[in-house]
Design a protein around this ligand. Structure first.
Ligand code: ADP
Ligand code: MG
Length: 206
């Protein structure tokens, strides 16, 4: 079972991992964007932690909707509203007590919200290329009756692999698409941060 505390711990760990990787994310965005992705997400997660501490949400769904709304409000740039939609939609969908199956379902709904807002699909070289594999891994884990810990490890690995698949792609959405063929050969920063989010969840789930 996954309690509200676990979801708060998720954002704390994500903030830590993003802080550790801020310069790498910024370098990735410098190559094919405007070099602000690391600072955007870092600042956004700092605001999320502040908001979670102040509003003390009690259910997993509330933690997620609070985080999502904060990211939408506080992060300029494409990634704020996109991550915000992911977490807000997850939070709206997720029922307590949270089981792996419910979590996987809510995650999938969140990813659909990202796709709807950004109109990106698999292969457009965006965060979606990491999020969809993670969602599929969770669905497979549910089908196979895998325990939460293993399921989240598999989702994290799928997201990391998905992020790497963006390297040879030409961007079709977001700022990077303005570069045309010059976007080829670089990992998408949003896909890289999505992989960090999934790694953070796997790290806090015991
Ligand atoms: P901005 O591009 O406004 O500077 P960020 O640098 O914070 O915002 O985020 C860039 C990331 O956002 C990209 O690497 C990509 O993963 C993601 N992104 C941009 N546009 C879209 C979109 N339409 N759909 C999905 N993801 C997108
Ligand atoms: Mg940027």
């Amino acid at each position: 079972m996954m309690e509200a505390e676990l979801f708060v711990a998720w954002f704390e760990e994500a903030a830590r991992q993003v802080r550790d990787n801020r310069d790498r994310l910024t370098r990735l965005d410098a190559a094919i964007g405007d070099a602000d992705h690391g600072t955007n997400i870092d600042r956004g997660l700092t605001e999320v932690l502040k908001e979670l501490a102040e509003s003390a949400p009690r259910s997993p769904g509330e933690v997620l909707t609070t985080a999502g709304a904060t990211l939408i409000r506080r992060v300029g740039g494409a990634s704020g509203p996109l991550y915000g939609s992911l977490f807000r939609q997850m939070g709206k969908t997720l029922e307590s007590p949270v089981t792996l199956a419910r979590f996987a379902g809510a995650f999938e709904e969140g990813v659909v919200a990202v796709e709807r807002l950004g109109k990106a699909t698999m292969g457009d070289k965006t965060m979606v290329d990491a999020l969809i594999p993670a969602s599929r891994a969770l669905a497979l884990a549910v089908r196979d009756g895998v325990d939460v810990r293993r399921a989240l490890d598999q989702a994290a690995r799928a997201a990391a692999e998905g992020a790497k698949t963006t390297i040879p792609l030409q961007a079709r959405k977001g700022r990077a698409s303005y570069l045309g063929e010059r976007s080829i050969g670089h990992e998408d920063p949003g896909a890289a941060s999505a992989a960090l989010f999934m790694a953070a969840l796997a790290a806090v789930a015991t």
